[in-house]
Design a protein around this ligand. Structure first.
Ligand SMILES: NC(=O)c1ccc[n+]([C@@H]2O[C@H](COP(=O)([O-])OP(=O)(O)OC[C@H]3O[C@@H](n4cnc5c(N)ncnc54)[C@H](OP(=O)(O)O)[C@@H]3O)[C@@H](O)[C@H]2O)c1
Length: 240
């Protein structure tokens, strides 16, 4: 049974990934990660299948990621993770621009949006939990594209955009660095579009079910040549 591991699943796009995978005619083992088991997990529990494991993982906290990987080893036994979806992220202080960046806000975003996906991969690799053909999706944003951002007005979410541009660079490095260790792996970044979640807000144009359905389809069709690519959820490539 293929194994999906998804971060930030108590709401938003992460929750929708769990919902669609759990309802699929195919059976999957799903590691549904959430920042805290003490938060409201009603929607996640309702979406889960009998092969869904809800596990705590605060992706801004290295000890939490480490503890999760140790627990995952026990749950998975000989199974390996086939799909790692790093979806958890924060967009703190979206009103700040390049002239008003709050140091703590920027650091929080770097911790969750960049260091989190870096350490997820590092620790899962270190515990031998990644399949040799693993597909890793680091969820980015169109705001991470230097080319798109250079023509954007008005500007906002500067700290978030910086963190997602850094995530893009991390992903290009992961794509190369993992190749020597997991020969069939493919690492991509994906922009899910402007999605109706708490982060996207009610003015957003894309429904969570629409983007998640498309992204799951793209993941299944990835080829080794796609390693290190930047995709839009529609399947088009995005300029860096
Ligand atoms: N929505 C959009 O329009 C849009 C556009 C471009 C890119 N994206 C990207 O898509 C991904 C999902 O976004 P979304 O729209 O679903 O956002 P969302 O509705 O705000 O949900 C964010 C999820 O990430 C979790 N999270 C945040 N910090 C975490 C941490 N330290 N540890 C573990 N989980 C954490 C949240 O958990 P808590 O409930 O515990 O905070 C929540 O489950 C993100 O990477 C985002 O940057 C979204």
């Amino acid at each position: 049974m293929p194994v999906y591991c998804i971060t930030g699943t108590n709401r938003g796009i992460g929750l929708e990934f769990v919902r669609q995978l759990a309802q699929s005619a195919e059976k999957y083992t799903i590691l549904a990660l959430t920042r805290s088991l003490s938060s409201d997990l009603g929607e996640l529990k309702a979406a889960a299948s009998t092969t869904t494991h809800i596990l705590e993982c605060d992706t801004s906290n290295l000890q939490s990621i480490h503890t999760f990987t140790k627990g995952a080893t026990k749950i998975l036994g000989n199974q390996k993770i086939d799909f790692l979806l790093n979806s958890a992220a924060v967009n703190a202080a979206s009103w700040q621009n390049s002239l008003t960046l709050g140091p703590d806000d920027l650091i929080d975003q770097i911790k969750t949006n960049v260091l989190g996906p870096a350490k997820m991969v590092e620790f899962l690799l270190g515990t031998d939990l990644l399949s040799p053909n693993v597909r890793i999706l680091n969820m980015t944003s169109g705001l991470a594209s230097l080319q798109i951002s250079s023509g954007m007005s008005p500007r906002k979410s500067t700290g978030y955009s910086i963190s997602k541009a850094a995530l893009n660079m991390l992903s290009v490095h992961q794509a190369d660095d993992l190749k020597g260790k997991l020969p069939g792996c493919v690492v991509i970044v994906m922009d899910p579009g402007w999605v109706k979640t708490r982060m996207g807000g009610s003015g957003a144009t894309v429904e969570p079910h629409e983007t998640v359905k498309s992204m799951l389809g793209i993941l299944l069709k990835l080829k080794e040549d796609d390693n290190g690519s930047f995709f839009h959820y529609t399947g088009e490539k995005i300029p860096w």
